[in-house]
Design a protein around this ligand. Sequence first.
Ligand SMILES: Cc1cc2nc3c(=O)[nH]c(=O)nc-3n(C[C@H](O)[C@H](O)[C@H](O)COP(=O)(O)O)c2cc1C
Length: 167
Amino acid sequence: MRALLVYHSRTGATERLIKSIGRALEGRGHRVEYHKLEAKRPMGWFASSWAAFRKRETDLAEDMPKSLRMYELVLIAGPVIAGKTSAELNAFLNNMPDGIGRRFGVFATSGSGAAEGPLRSMKSRIEHVGGFIIYEDVVKRQIAMDPEACTRRAEEIAEQLVRPWVW
Ligand SMILES: Cc1cc2nc3c(=O)[nH]c(=O)nc-3n(C[C@H](O)[C@H](O)[C@H](O)COP(=O)(O)O)c2cc1C
């Protein structure tokens, strides 16, 4: 299958895990493309927390993918910021091109706080545009930053994403 991995990563944890999942999918014979969400004007910690807390979007450095139609799977991931999704992730999720009928996986990476709220908010925006959620997860930063734990978790996630009964 052809998979698009869309992610925001402020300090590298989400990126480590997403790249590891990409490699695990490629190892299973799938085609993987990445789309990294970055703010046109990078924000400091306070500004990014305030923007996330207020559910704001930020202008992105790169254009959004024009269409998702050619991807069988879209995996979307980002960090929990101030208990919410980041402004970069909001910019994507609030303006997503044609998600209808697509299969989506979502995960959030977090520090020590709860991530159910941001995960729910990611899922509801995907479902709002007609996407199906086939996988959801919350991964602690310390797992993403530990090479062995990260690879192990990525393999488990890849296995879940391609499990036969959702296809
Ligand atoms: C500005 C900022 C705000 C954060 N707010 C939270 C939070 O509210 N709850 C939480 O569990 N983790 C919080 N974290 C921790 C991140 O969610 C966690 O480190 C995550 O793995 C970072 O992913 P990244 O390296 O891909 O950006 C915050 C981190 C930053 C930099």
